[in-house]
Design a protein around this ligand. Structure first.
Ligand code: HEM
Length: 528
């Protein structure tokens, strides 16, 4: 009897404690947000501790899309101890990124920053403020401006020629080639030469180190995301990825320091005709009157620059571009009619005596449509992250200060309410006069149109879009003009998406290549 009354007593005590805590939390929440209770965007039912983690598969953008189909285009998820608001349609994205742009102009900080020796010097994750504004202006007016991109056209031509030579040698040896790897090498070299006049190839000493850095950091990036799930506990670096990244970045730092000293010596001894990114940044570093004082660390951090949302140029310029190229090639190989139509267009505009070049691209409308369609179906940066500045209401829901917002570009660009046959690869949709073409056939893809914005939008949009499109257009055109492709071990390429943060193909793009027009002979014609 005594036991029973004890149990009753403790049960009652627990109930009072539980009710009081719940009430107290409710009152706190109410006071924090004035008198109204917070109205979060809808959430699926969650589990204790892990929240919605069990609802996420290996490809976050796909899982978010599935949840949006069930719970709507604006949802809120809790993953262990972090929350994220996910946006999955064009109208809601516009509400955030256009109508409330200034409140979503910063990016969230990711836990990995704790292990980044460049923390505080980052550009991609920088708070919207004087440093970010200065660097962004510099990107748009100098480092990645159209005239600067045009000044390096010969470098892109040389690197693409190297790619063509490699493919010819694969063809002569009758060996299958991993196209993804070759495309990645080419884009690494283009970006690396524009950034600091250094190639990034396993065959050379310095370049080998750079090459290894890019490879390793790309492998590590998705693993960082794991730590993120554990919120504050992630800071303890339970898996050791933080320490590995720190060691890698330190290696990159010594290498870039050496290249920087060489650049400084050159700047002291002569005036260079063509300045690479490092030269431009070093000049600002020395300029006592510059609006913002750039430190050596800021320069190195910038050059290590970004991959989508979180890591800093090598990854932005290399992985995203090579992913876009690989997907476009894969879709073309799987759609022989589209491939042939593109080849016919190139032949009609360029003929068969010279290599297609960047200056031909404005006349190659079908080529542009092919690339747009590929970016629509396979966004190289499928999730864009931003951070909410101050509490605000969007579509009747409260979005709280500091909350992370993920724009699911992957889902938005396949939304059946915006696109007919959204999962089909149909470049015609971007051609004027074609059956089913959109009125707005020259659809802007650089952030004005929220049905298709692979480069993000607004002030925080991608400053590398012109460079990226220059590389993707010319490489696709050259490969289609010069080679036929046969898939190794099958008729079609398996276009399954890879897991983790990478938006690439799950399986290597292995092909046998045969020259259609021998590119090595065409070069001679081009020089005329
Ligand atoms: C197909 C290739 C590429 C795609 C799809 C892409 C996509 C993106 C996206 C979606 C963002 C976030 C935009 C936003 O928040 O609204 C971004 C940011 C950025 N990208 Fe790219 N990118 C590509 C290539 C490049 C290249 C080649 C570079 C430079 C070499 C570059 C440099 C940057 C930088 C610096 C940012 C951060 C801008 C900021 O925070 O203000 N990207 N990119």
């Amino acid at each position: 009897m005594a036991n029973f009354s004890n149990a009753l007593f403790y049960g009652l005590l627990f109930f009072i404690w539980f009710a009081a805590t719940t009430f107290f939390r409710y009152v706190l929440k109410k006071r924090k947000n004035g008198s109204k209770p917070v109205r979060h965007p809808p959430s699926p039912p969650s589990l204790p501790i892990i929240g919605h983690l069990h609802l996420l598969g290996s490809i976050a953008s796909k899982s978010f899309q599935t949840l949006a189909n069930q719970y709507g285009p604006l949802i809120r998820l809790r993953i262990v101890s972090s929350t994220v608001v996910v946006v999955s349609n064009a109208a809601v994205a516009k509400e955030f990124l256009k109508n409330n742009e200034m409140n979503f102009v910063s990016r969230p900080q990711f836990g990995a920053a704790d292990f980044n020796i460049y923390a505080g010097s980052e550009f991609v994750n920088a708070e919207y403020g004087p440093y970010w504004r200065f660097m962004k202006k510099l990107c748009m007016t100098e480092l990645l401006s159209v005239p600067q991109v045009n000044r390096f056209v010969d470098i892109r031509r040389q690197e693409m020629m190297k790619l063509l030579e490699i493919l010819v040698s694969f063809s002569e040896e009758g060996k299958a080639c991993n196209l993804g790897v070759e495309l990645m090498t080419m884009t690494n070299n283009v970006v690396s030469r524009m950034a600091m006049s250094t190639r990034c190839t396993p065959a050379l000493d310095e370049s080998k180190l750079l090459w290894e850095f890019v490879k390793e950091i790309l492998e590590l990036a998705p693993k960082f995301a794991l730590g993120e799930l554990f919120g504050p506990i992630g800071k303890f670096d339970l898996f050791g990825y933080g320490k590995r990244a720190k060691a890698l970045i330190s290696k990159f730092d010594s290498l870039v320091e050496k290249i920087m000293v060489e650049h400084e010596d050159e700047l002291n001894s002569s005036s260079k005709e063509r300045k690479d990114m490092m030269d431009i940044l070093l000049e600002i570093h020395r300029d006592k009157t510059a609006e913002v004082k750039l430190s050596r660390t800021d320069i190195k951090s910038f050059l290590m620059l970004h991959r989508k949302n979180g890591q800093e140029l090598f990854m932005a310029g290399t992985e995203t571009v090579s992913v876009a190229l690989t997907w476009t090639l894969a879709e073309l190989i799987n759609h022989p009619k589209v491939f042939q139509q593109l080849r016919d267009e190139i032949n009609a505009v360029v003929g068969s005596k010279r290599r297609v070049q960047e200056s031909d691209v404005p006349k190659l409308l079908y080529l542009q449509a092919v690339v747009k369609e590929s970016l629509r179906l396979h966004a190289p940066a499928p999730l864009i992250f931003r951070r909410c500045g101050e509490d605000c209401k969007i579509n009747g829901y409260d979005i709280l200060a500091n909350e992370r917002v993920a724009f699911n570009v992957f889902a938005i660009m396949k939304d059946p309410s915006s696109w007919d046959n959204p999962l089909e690869f149909q470049p015609e949709r971007f051609m004027v006069g074609s059956k089913g073409a959109y009125d707005d056939y020259q659809m802007d893809i650089k952030g004005q149109n929220f049905n298709i914005f692979p480069f993000g939008s607004g002030r925080r949009g991608c400053p590398g879009a012109s460079l990226a499109l220059a590389v993707v257009h010319s490489a696709v055109a050259l490969l289609v003009q010069c080679f036929d492709f046969r898939v190794q071990g099958g008729e079609k390429i398996n276009i399954e998406e890879g897991s983790g943060l990478s938006a690439g193909l799950a399986h290597p793009l292995m092909c046998y290549v045969t020259p259609h027009l021998n590119p090595l002979e065409l070069v001679v014609n081009e020089a005329k």
